[in-house]
Design a protein around this ligand. Sequence first.
Ligand code: G6P
Length: 607
Amino acid sequence: MCGIIGIIGKAPVTPLLVDALKRLEYRGYDSSGVATLVNGHIERRRAEGKLVNLEARLAQAPLPGIIGIGHTRWATHGKPSERNAHPIATDRVAIVHNGIIENFQELKDELTAEGRRFDSDTDTEVVAQLLTSYLERQMSPEEAIAKAMDRLRGAFALVALFGGRHDLLIGARRGSSLAVGYGDGEMYIGTDALALAPFTSRVSYLEDDDWAVLKADGCAVYQGTKPVERPIKKSGLSGALMGKGNHQHFMLKEIHEQPAVIGDTLHSYLDPATRSVRMPAMPVDWSKVSRVTMTACGTAFYACMVAKYWFEKLARLPVEIEVASEFRYREPPLPEGGVCIAVSQSGETVDTLEALRYAKNQKQTLLSVVNVPESAIARLSNAVLLTRAGPEIGVASTKAFTTQLVVLLAAAISAGLARGTLSRADEERLALAMIELPARINETLNMEEDYRRIAENTLAGARDVLYLGRGASYPVALEGALKLKELSYIHAEGYAGGEMKHGPIALIDDAVPVVVVAPTDAIFDKIASNFEQVRARGGKLVLLSDKAGVARLGAKAETSIALPDIDPVVAPILYTVAVQLLAYYTALAKGTDIDQPRNLAKSVTVE
Ligand code: G6P
């Protein structure tokens, strides 16, 4: 989604705005822009495409000014173009916006009838025009924003810059996130603490329906006309975290960070000395829970799919999973005393947030597995299970997913212990398998060249690729296919191995690589049969298994990789790293934009 930033500075702010936009570009990257006040007048520079285009524009036509706003866009209304790039402005006010104004047509009709002319195709422009209409009726900026908040429907975060007001920025949020940063005689407002990290670590988070008046010496926050307090917190984020290190892409860096961040996450949920699970206090007595509902979007949904296997197998607890965008509108009946778990890297995906709200209305206990502690999903939840992935910048999720799996496995083990379906010996065995994960993942990363070879020789030239898995490897197959299509634009589908014969088998010929995710587990023989069915039809098999699996099937595959031996329970985490590497190196071979794939966005704050 869009990233927004506003700064009241002491020196020219354009370089700082662009610097913040670089940290926000992962959210959306189809156009960008900045606006400042020059001699009291709103001046803008905007450009279609990546931020480098805006930088080039600014190099040609620098933009002075010590107060300003900036934006990087993921288009919702109006195609990506300079004309639709934010800031959207009139002569009185400039706006940057993340989200959707759902009643924009109604407002646009009203404002057009007043004689106002629209210059863009965006929903955002109704905010600029509405505020201008209020300002022209002699309202103050504060009165205009408060009144506009009553008229706007939808989910949004906004920051407004006013002509002639070198001392003032106003931000407002409903649904989408917005954080205020406190500097020394300087003030900042932006989408998240990450955007503000190099400027200040003193941050307050706005709540839904807040609007905040920033002046150089501080910030006053209101709900309606009532002043409210939002505590200033110390953000642990550092701007230094944002580099790619020695890696060519953020995604590769984040793939390589997995041993470390899984180690950090394990540290929060396991005691290695006693090999026992150590969960934070939770408002859930697992022994009394009759059913768990899990919901999420995208890659996070596949984490729910894996967790369903774990909760059902280890804790004998029925789990219903559904993608959040369907769940929230299906209006499913949920059992009294039920638990709903939302999984989200960003904690701000609007479909997941709304699904959780639905569960709240159904009186479920809400747990969330999130990577951003101050996020909306975290704040709505009764208990938060944090992943310790650190900021994830690559648009395609990697380390967030594997740390989600670690947290969910720890939760499933703790549920199993509470329900008496796991013994202390089981706990020790499972904890040990988890503790070994960072080392096994390191071994997998050391075999990177093997993945590169398969990517270059077998996958990069394909038009379609199938991924097969069974049991908890089935969601890994889905994730492998998702990663490949997101990054390389090759059409890829994941299937449950047993389901292949009911349709997808028709696609198999010698031009279709089939990646089989097959650790030797209790159902290895079953996936081995599916492997043979592909082979019989001339499919090009890529086998991901362990030594025993490769010894058994490797000679029949076009190519294979023996992953380190590992307890089958944690195999989905290890095998995920393998499918990430395949997707990464395929995209690298194809020369696609790995960190910012076309049309995608990192956090999706619209429906
Ligand atoms: C977007 C991202 C995906 C992510 C999904 C859910 O589609 O591109 O990588 O899995 O949103 O995001 P969340 O922040 O809720 O995990």
